[in-house]
Design a protein around this ligand. Structure first.
Ligand code: CUO
Length: 738
């Protein structure tokens, strides 16, 4: 086994059954490095008894580990829920990230992670968060892959009864039993009498594709590539863009605050499209905090051993001041709803004055280049907020206030609700209403900017003559050409393996079958004329938006621009004269196509190091380069649409100049985690587009532009087409497009 394979197996081993005491696998030895003994200078709180696979270094004491900062990490005990919106929880988690990152080598870090004073003593959610963050952030760990979060913590994705069904199935069946997956009801959180439950396929999406993307990676090794779900994406996004500096990350990732705005704005646009498709009104902002929350949410989730549940929120609760004492079981937190109101007022004041004031009195203008980013850091609020004391912690404390709304002083000893954890927050309807309020602050800022000028919107010499979507003929009906401008969606069933995240072991895989949305693959065909005399590199920006609301009333352009969903952004060369551009849907710049499971990672542990920049040297296609985990799930690239004859959407394409928009990064254009750059940026690099995120729809247009058609007719480099998305309430199969 190569060093790299060994390290990959150690990562998987460490993430397996994290709520249970650590058990090294046969053939894997974690040898505590010598530096551990340097840190042992006090009695350890943990009784360390060596066990097979855990080997202390020759001369080191076996008394245990005492890194002073570990005391801070352990302020959140094992078995408790973890909130990355809670400043105390974050501090504990980031402290462990730093401890991991400070270990000189990856091998040393993994060995340290296995130490009983870490793996078995630290809160399991914090352990997973910190080791994942360290593995992503360490440049020397880029060859290693993280298993999917839903396999590490199935309790955050599947209802409680799935665990007991799994246990029963393990007890009843003897090896070699036929695998009988547990069926997950896609509407498990509520009945169809709850109208909001029409959207549960979106909010509670896990999403896996087990059958459609199968590539032979290496001789004798077949790997299933699995699309992550919406909730996994959200977890990865917050993992990659932490609220505070961790370790040597002193400066925030490029345009971090703007990405906070844009990624969440796009979630809202996508959610609204799903709501309209289901006959519901667009999501409303939750800004009147005296108003009862009418949407209830009962998550039915528990941790691995079923002992701790995420709290429910019945309809009609009102936000209360939060006053949670530090009871020794988790860190306390105290703030008042009037703090949120004060911070909102100060932020709005800054927006309308056009500037924020730093703690040292320096005035920072909210200009059109950096204003959104400055506001993003301020509103979220991150360490890079201009003045966290003055502008507060609005967004994060909103999550906290809602997640403790049912027991705001914990006098009933209840746990938090799902809004407290970035893995689970998107399950709750109130997430979207809270973020609609957050987005409204950004939109108020955008409204202070001048509309884009004709010069900013046009591209001399380039005319987009037509844009359309097409599908290839089905392999079953090769002679039948599908109609153009029609996208088909439906359901797909996929298999999820649960056993690595349960609190009991099984000799065979414990599987569950989930049903999730899927779309047939399609491609864009764009006809573009280059009337200049030279070849041009142009950026195509592709968006999609519903045409009318749930009652069939057509949207004005001011409404529709907020519903624009970015589908893709890519660069092409166009020669003088007429050009035809084809682009496949699964190459989208917003999605990642797959994620690899524990089992796949074990079967195909990397045998060779990655080339500089993280590109596997022996994989057949550049689509394999994405393992970072952040990216919108491919199976949700387009909204569900409506049954026959489908739901009408506007497809929009715009060409801009790559010469003007490009951002000069390093020479290596195949950097890790580039595939989903639109919502996730590029790891270690600048955001690869100079234009504001969401351009050209991020600002209100000139008031004369009352319809999208008027906006487009002034710019030959833009084109729209009406398409339909037709939902078929059946299991569909995807087939690759050539
Ligand atoms: Cu992603 Cu509020 O920021 O959940």
């Amino acid at each position: 086994m190569s060093d790299l394979e060994l390290q990959q197996r150690k990562v998987l081993n460490l993430f397996e059954r994290v709520s249970q005491p650590f058990s090294p696998k046969p053939n894997i030895t974690f040898e505590f490095p010598d530096f551990v003994s340097d840190w042992v200078f006090l009695q350890s709180p943990t009784d360390f008894s060596p066990k097979p696979g855990l080997v202390p270094p020759g001369s080191a004491s076996t008394d245990g580990l005492n890194i002073p900062e570990l005391d801070l990490v352990k302020t959140i005990p094992r078995g408790r829920l973890f909130s990355n919106f809670h400043p105390g929880h974050r501090e504990a988690a980031y402290t462990l990230v730093k401890i991991f990152k400070d270990v000189p080598t990856v091998a040393g870090m993994l060995n340290l992670a296995a130490h009983p004073d870490v793996r078995d003593a630290v809160n399991e959610h914090i352990f997973v968060y910190a080791l994942s963050a360290a593995l992503i952030q360490r440049k020397d760990a880029r060859s290693l892959r993280l298993p999917p979060i839903y396999e590490i913590f199935p309790g955050k994705f599947f209802e409680t009864k799935v665990r007991s069904e799994a246990q029963t199935s393990v007890q009843q069946q003897k090896e070699p039993a036929i695998k009988q997956p547990i069926i997950i009801d896609k509407n498990f959180a509520a009945t169809n009498r709850v109208v909001e439950n029409r959207l549960s396929y979106f909010r509670e999406d896990l999403g896996k594709l087990h059958n459609c993307f199968v590539y032979i990676v290496r001789k004798n090794h077949v790997v299933h590539f699995i699309s992550q779900g919406i909730n996994s994406h959200h977890w990865h996004w917050h993992l990659i863009f932490p609220v505070e500096a961790t370790g040597e990350i002193i400066n925030p990732p490029d345009r971090r605050g703007e990405l906070f705005y844009y990624m969440h704005q796009q979630i809202l646009a996508r959610y609204d499209a799903e709501r309209i498709a289901n006959g519901l009104a667009r999501v409303t902002s939750y800004h009147d905090w005296d108003e009862p929350i009418i949407e209830a949410y009962f998550p039915k989730l528990t941790n691995a051993n079923g002992a701790i549940h995420w709290a429910s929120r019945p309809a009609g609760l009102v936000l209360k001041d939060i006053n949670i004492p530090d009871e020794g079981v988790e860190l306390g937190i105290e703030f008042q709803i009037q703090n949120l109101e004060l911070w909102r007022t100060r932020i709005l004041h800054a927006i309308h004055k056009g500037s924020v004031v730093k703690a040292n009195g320096e005035v920072v203008q909210l200009d059109e280049t950096t204003g959104t980013n400055t506001l993003g850091e301020l509103i979220e609020a991150s360490q890079w907020s201009a003045d966290k004391l003055f502008y507060g912690d609005l967004h994060n404390f909103g999550h906290i206030a809602v997640c403790y709304i049912h027991d705001p002083d914990r006098s009933h000893s209840e746990n938090m609700g799902v809004m407290g954890d970035s893995v689970t927050a998107m399950r709750d309807p109130i997430f979207y209403r809270w973020h609609k309020f957050i987005d409204s602050l950004f939109q108020q800022f955008k409204a202070t900017l001048n509309p884009y000028t004709a010069q900013q919107l046009t591209l001399e010499g380039i005319t987009v003559n037509n844009v359309e979507v097409r599908r290839n003929a089905s392999p079953n009906n090769p002679g039948l050409n599908p109609p153009k401008n029609l996208i088909i969606t439906g359901w797909q069933e996929s298999i999820v393996e649960l056993d690595r995240g349960l609190d009991f072991s099984s000799l065979r895989p414990v599987q569950a079958r989930v049903t999730h949305l899927q779309h047939e693959d399609f491609f864009y065909r764009i006809q573009v004329t280059n009337s200049t005399k030279t070849t041009q590199e142009i950026v195509f920006r592709i968006f999609l938006a519903p045409i009318a609301d749930e009652a069939g009333r057509p949207f004005s352009f001011r409404e529709q621009r907020l519903l624009m969903i970015e589908l893709d952004k890519f660069v092409v060369r166009v020669t003088p004269g007429a050009n035809r551009v084809k682009r496949k849907s699964d190459d989208s710049s917003v999605t990642i196509p797959f994620e690899r499971t524990f089992r796949d990672l074990e079967a195909a542990a990397p045998a060779t190091p990655l080339a500089p920049g993280g590109v596997p040297t022996d994989l057949p296609t550049d689509r394999m380069t994405n393992f970072c985990g952040c990216g919108w799930p491919d199976h949700f690239l387009v909204p569900r649409g409506a049954p026959n004859p489908g739901m009408p959407f506007t497809l929009f394409a715009m060409a801009t100049s790559w010469e003007e928009d490009r951002v000069v990064n390093g020479e290596d254009t195949k950097k890790l985690c580039r595939n989903a750059a639109s919502y996730c940026g590029v790891l270690d690099e600048k955001y690869p587009d100079k234009r504001p995120m969401g351009f050209p729809f991020d600002r209100p247009p000139d008031k004369m532009m009352t319809t999208l058609a008027k906006f487009v007719e002034k710019s030959p480099n833009m084109k729209t087409t009406e398409i339909r998305i037709q939902f078929e309430d059946r299991i569909i199969r995807r087939f690759p497009q050539q």
